[in-house]
Design a protein around this ligand. Structure first.
Ligand SMILES: [Zn+2]
Length: 416
C-alpha cells in the first residue's frame, strides 16, 4: 500500500476520532447545576435549554462528520479525483484554466454535500431555539453571493498560485507568499467597502446619546476612527455581536442592531472599549504578522510536495499537475494546521484577557463589562462549562466564567 495513502487515511480517521473524543468530553462536562455567577440571569428552564442547544449542535456536527468522513475516504479510494481531473482535462484548456475547472468542480461538489446540513442548521436547529430570522430568500441569495465571491476571489488567488508554481522554479513559494500577502492586505481594505455591504446594511448609528458616549470615550483614548455604524444583524439571527473593520483612519465600529436593542449605553461602551483594546495593545497587527508567517511556512512546505508522484498515486491519479498538488497537499497539511491553531488560539485567549483589562482600566466600569458578558452569554445560549480540552483545542475566547473571574480579580486589586 502506498505510504502517502496510509498517512492520509490516518489523518482523516484521526481527526474524526479526535472530534468524537473531544465532543464526548465536552458533553460529559455539562454540569446540571447553574454556576452561581449566573443566578438571576438564567432560570432552571432556560439554563436547561442552553444545554440542549449545545447537545443538539454537537450531535448535528458529529452526524455531519460521520457522513463526510466516509464519503471523502470512498472518493479517494475509488479514484474520484482522477475522474474529476479527466473531466477538467476534457476541455483541452491550458494548465491554469484546467486547474480552475478541477478545483471549482471539487469545491462545488463539497458545497452541495454541505448544503442540506446548512439548511437543517438554519431552519431546524436555530429555528427551534428561537435564533433564526433568515428567510429562504436571504438564505438562497447568501449562498449565491458567497459562491460568486469565492469564484472571483478564490479563482484569482488560485490563478496566481498555479501561475507562480508553473513558471518560477524553486522560488515560486516565496513569490506566492508575497503575492498572497499583498492580496490579503488589499482585501482587508476592500472588504468593508465592497464585500460586507453585499450581505448587510450599514448605517450610521442612530442613537444620539450612545454615539456621543462612544465618541467621547474614543477621544479620551485618542483612538482614531471613521465612525460608528449599526448593522442589520437581525436579518439573519437574534444573536448579537460587535466588531471593528478597516484600518487606521478608515476604521469603523460596527454594532449589531440586536446588540443595541439588548444592552445599556455603558455596557455597549464596555464592549467597544474591549474591541479598541485589541488595537491599542497591538493584537491586530500581531495576529496579522502571525498569519502571514503561517502562510509563508505553508507555501514553503507546499513547494516540497508539488508534482510528488507517490502522493499522486495515493489519490489514484494518472497525471500530475500543480493544481491537483495544491488539493492533495491540503490533506497532509491538516495536522500541522491543527497544531498551529492551538498556538493561535492560546495567543488569542491571552489577548482577550488583555483587552478586557484594557476596557476595565480605561472605561472604569467593571460592573458594566461583566453585565455585558453575562447578557451576551445568555442571549446566545453559550456553553458556561466547556471542557478544558475543548478550550485548549478550539476556543479563541476564554470561557465566560474565567473572563468574569479575571475582571473581578482586577477590580479588587485596583481598589486596594
Ligand atoms: Zn476580543
Amino acid at each position: 500500500m502506498n505510504f502517502y495513502l496510509i498517512i492520509i487515511l490516518a489523518i482523516i480517521l484521526g481527526s474524526y476520532l479526535l472530534e468524537l473524543f473531544v465532543e464526548r468530553l465536552n458533553l460529559r462536562n455539562l454540569k446540571t447545576e447553574l454556576p452561581e455567577e449566573f443566578t438571576g440571569y438564567y432560570d432552571q428552564a432556560r439554563y436547561k435549554k442552553s444545554q440542549e442547544y449545545l447537545i443538539e449542535n454537537t450531535r448535528f456536527s458529529l452526524i455531519n462528520s460521520s457522513i463526510t468522513t466516509p464519503v471523502t475516504i470512498a472518493f479517494i479510494l475509488l479514484g474520484g479525483f482522477n475522474l474529476v481531473d479527466r473531466f477538467a482535462r476534457g476541455y483541452n484548456l491550458d494548465a491554469i484554466p484546467t486547474g480552475l475547472v478541477f478545483t471549482g468542480a471539487l469545491l462545488l461538489a463539497s458545497q452541495l454535500l454541505e448544503l442540506p446540513f446548512s439548511i437543517y442548521d438554519t431552519f431546524v436547529i436555530e429555528e427551534k431555539f428561537g435564533f433564526n430570522r433568515t428567510t429562504p430568500k436571504t438564505f438562497i441569495l447568501d449562498i449565491l453571493k458567497s459562491w460568486l465571491l469565492t469564484g472571483l476571489i478564490g479563482g484569482l488567488a488560485l490563478y496566481g498560485i498555479i501561475w507562480f508554481f508553473e513558471s518560477s522554479g524553486k522560488w515560486a513559494w516565496l513569490y506566492c507568499w508575497i503575492a498572497v500577502t499583498a492580496f490579503q492586505l488589499l482585501l482587508t481594505f476592500l472588504a468593508p467597502v465592497i464585500i460586507m455591504p453585499l450581505f448587510n446594511k450599514y448605517t450610521p448609528l442612530k442613537k444620539e446619546d450612545l454615539r456621543e458616549e462612544i465618541e467621547n470615550y474614543a477621544k479620551s483614548e485618542s483612538f482614531k476612527m471613521k465612525g460608528v455604524y449599526q448593522m442589520d444583524g437581525s436579518r439573519r439571527s437574534t444573536k448579537s455581536n460587535a466588531f471593528f473593520s478597516g484600518f487606521g483612519r478608515f476604521r469603523r465600529i460596527v454594532l449589531f442592531d440586536t446588540l443595541i436593542e439588548k444592552h445599556t449605553t455603558s455596557e455597549l461602551v464596555s464592549v467597544l472599549a474591549h474591541e479598541m483594546g485589541h488595537y491599542k495593545k497591538g493584537h491586530i497587527w500581531k495576529s496579522m504578522i502571525l498569519s502571514f508567517l503561517t502562510f509563508g511556512f505553508m507555501f514553503y512546505i507546499l513547494s516540497l510536495f508539488i508534482n510528488n508522484r507517490q502522493l499522486f498515486s495515493a489519490f489514484r491519479m494518472e497525471e500530475t499537475s500543480v493544481y491537483a498538488s495544491l488539493v492533495f497537499f491540503g490533506f497532509l497539511y491538516g495536522p500541522i494546521d491543527t497544531v498551529l491553531s492551538i498556538f493561535a488560539n492560546a495567543f488569542s485567549r491571552r489577548n482577550e484577557y488583555e483587552a478586557d483589562s484594557f476596557a476595565v482600566k480605561t472605561y472604569g466600569n467593571p460592573a458594566a463589562m461583566i453585565e455585558a458578558l453575562k447578557k451576551l452569554t445568555v442571549d446566545n445560549l453559550s456553553n458556561l462549562t466547556p471542557h478544558p480540552v475543548k478550550v485548549f483545542l478550539s476556543y479563541s475566547h476564554p470561557p465566560v466564567l474565567e473572563r468574569i473571574r479575571a475582571i473581578r480579580g482586577m477590580s479588587c486589586s485596583d481598589e486596594q
